[in-house]
Design a protein around this ligand. Structure first.
Ligand code: ADP
Length: 192
């Protein structure tokens, strides 16, 4: 069993690295942002609720996000492990994750934080907006708001896992493969 959280500001490369970790370690990849976007594309009730928050760069309310995550995890009870991408983003989400994993007799092994400065993030997101087609990637004010939300509501979760000795920081600058290698080095140092 290996349960990981890929962590870091918007645009830090979480999705890219999560996909590589998913393949290498045979994990179930749960990206809350991707789930919301596919619900929006389907026009579901959940998607309609989430889109108003996402468009402004705000967080979707915890009860909505946690309920959705619970459903997703329970559908994968057979998983060899999970990689959580974009979750947890608030303290209540971190607590909910602990208790959901506890119900499956599991726990988080590591939180891996990709460290990238704000100006680099804005540059990257504006660049990717052409291909991502995401409305929240197009406008610098919304991107800066997402970064602000990250700093105030999400970044404190690093300390929550650091206190358990499970938080690891990796520089998120450099090539995709170099960063991936550094993440794998951390995992091999903790995973027996
Ligand atoms: P990024 O990390 O680039 O911001 P995501 O796809 O992870 O991209 O998230 C996009 C948006 O989806 C967030 O700005 C937020 O509105 C919503 N979202 C994703 N995950 C969560 C979550 N765990 N809690 C609340 N809102 C979320």
């Amino acid at each position: 069993m290996l349960n990981l959280i890929i962590f870091g500001p918007p645009g830090s490369g979480k999705g890219t690295q999560a996909e590589k970790l998913e393949k290498k370690f045979n994990l179930v990849h749960i990206s809350t942002g991707d789930i919301f976007r596919s619900e929006i594309a389907e026009g579901s009730e959940l998607g309609i609720r989430a889109s108003a928050f996402m468009a402004k760069g705000e967080l979707v309310p915890d009860e909505v996000t946690i309920g959705m995550l619970r459903k997703k995890m329970m559908a994968h009870k057979e998983a060899e492990g999970f990689i959580f991408d974009g979750f947890p983003r608030t303290d209540p989400q971190a607590e909910a994750l602990e208790s959901l994993l506890g119900m499956l007799d599991q726990q988080i092994d590591a939180l891996l934080m990709l460290d990238v400065p704000e100006d680099e993030i804005v540059k990257r997101i504006v660049l990717r907006s052409a291909e991502s087609g995401r409305a929240d990637d197009r406008d610098e004010t919304i991107i800066r708001n997402r970064f602000q939300v990250y700093q105030t509501q999400t970044e404190p979760i690093y300390a929550y896992y650091d206190a358990k000795g499970k938080a690891h920081k990796v520089p998120g600058m450099g090539s995709i493969d170099d960063i991936f290698q550094k993440l794998c080095d951390v995992i091999s140092s903790i995973h027996v």
